[in-house]
Design a binder for this molecule. Structure first.
Ligand code: PMP
Ligand code: GLN
Length: 383
């Protein structure tokens, strides 16, 4: 279809992973961890297969998982959801995002997004024939933030929802209480829905805390919170995700997803239910380990005088291509495969405003420490 013409090639993540494999380079591009999730989680998946949980799950997800998800939201944020009507399990967060945008928007509606935005957002908005209205996250010398007036101006009569990603990929930004309060204020004032992608909710550093807009006054009834087991349990290939929200919003997601995949990964759903109930100490260790890997990568890059941008969350941080004598992050990424044996993601691929993202390069630090130190050293030698 004409509206999908720009989407036909492989995604930037597939493209860069293929480059890494072809060149035998270290892959600091696509965000997936080197290590497996907790042993108890893997054992729970094996046990579920052995117990015969190998047929279709209910379209809304296994009840035991929906209950575990609701229990986590209550414990983490004090927000209560009915597992029967207010939680739906999806094929990764990716399906939840797609189903939400298709299920909640009319063709011709507008959706406010923060720029840069995760690649599937733009693709799904195009599929749903929805216009995206970007609000730029700009670096102010200490952090990435947005101009409150730009956000206010982005909301218009056709705006249906605000699509937010916190903690944010690729910047590692954790939206703070003030920023979320303004987003909430606009949602309430203009009767908008907030769709919030929280897949990195547990991977937050520097003593910061992930806040969900759903916990703010007036927001529970208009917020759809999306997350997944991929990042929390180092199981990106399991593709178990979910959405929580008031019944009308969850019904919209379910309506679409029951005809997209119906359901997926029954034994993995059972294992993730176990993980959310019994493996959260392991998640805290993962978080602490990632924080020290981030520090290790930053320190390594600094030895070459490379400018990095602060990241307080996720798998990622960004560096500045200008430290390598070029403003073109995309060209630099292609060059570094050969010169440093390192694959990274040109952040510009995730930017709507190509000028703003041109010099930024995203590096994943969810990798083995020795590999990371070696890669940082080779990058530093190129700068
Ligand atoms: N949202 C963001 C911001 C991501 O970085 C990713 C990739 N991990 C996803 C959604 C997709 O999540 P999943 O693998 O659970 O579909
Ligand atoms: N979320 C991963 C990243 O940002 C990519 C997942 C994918 O390849 N679709 O690197």
């Amino acid at each position: 279809a004409a509206r999908l013409r720009d989407l036909a090639g492989p995604t930037i993540f597939s493209e860069m992973t293929a480059l890494a494999q072809a060149a035998g380079a270290v892959n600091l591009g696509q965000g997936f961890p080197d290590g497996d999730g907790p042993a108890a989680l893997l054992e729970a998946a094996h046990a579920a297969i052995d117990q015969g949980l190998n047929q279709y799950p209910p379209a809304t997800g296994l009840p035991v998982l929906r209950k575990a998800i609701a229990a986590r939201r209550a414990a983490d944020h004090g927000v209560e959801y009915d597992p029967e009507t207010e939680v739906v399990v999806t094929a990764g967060a990716t399906e939840a995002i797609a189903a939400a945008l298709i299920g909640l928007c009319e063709p011709g509606d507008e959706v406010v997004v923060f720029d840069p935005l995760y690649d599937s957002y733009g693709a799904c908005l195009a599929m749903a024939e929805v216009r995206r209205v970007p609000v730029l996250l700009e670096y102010d010398g200490t952090r990435f933030s947005f101009d409150p007036d730009a956000l206010r101006a982005a909301v218009g009569p056709r705006t249906r929802l605000i699509l937010l990603n916190t903690p944010h990929n690729p910047s590692g930004k954790v939206f703070d209480a003030r920023e979320l309060a303004l987003i909430a204020e606009l949602c309430v004032e203009h009767d908008l829905i907030a769709v919030v992608d929280e897949v990195y909710e547990y991977l937050v550093y520097d003593g910061l805390r992930h806040l969900t807009p759903a916990a703010l006054p007036g927001m529970r009834e208009r917020t759809l919170s999306i997350s997944s087991a991929g990042k929390t349990f180092s199981a990106t290939g399991w593709k178990v995700g979910w959405a929580c929200g008031p019944a009308p919003l969850v019904t919209a997601v379910r309506t679409v997803k029951q005809y997209l995949t119906f359901g997926t990964g029954t034994p993995f759903q059972a294992a993730v239910a176990h993980g959310l109930t019994a493996c959260m100490d392991w998640v805290e260790e993962l978080r602490a380990g990632l924080e020290s890997r981030r520090d290790l990568l930053v320190a390594g890059l600094r030895t070459g005088g490379i400018t990095t941008y602060p990241s307080s969350a996720t798998y990622f941080l960004q560096m500045d291509a200008r430290s390598f004598g070029t403003g073109d992050g995309d060209a630099l990424c292609r060059e570094l495969v050969r010169s440093a044996g390192v694959v990274a993601i040109p952040s510009v691929a995730l930017y709507d405003d190509k000028k703003a993202g041109r010099h930024l390069v995203r590096l994943a630090f969810c990798k083995d420490e020795e590999l990371l130190a070696g890669a940082a050293g080779r990058l530093a030698a190129q700068a």
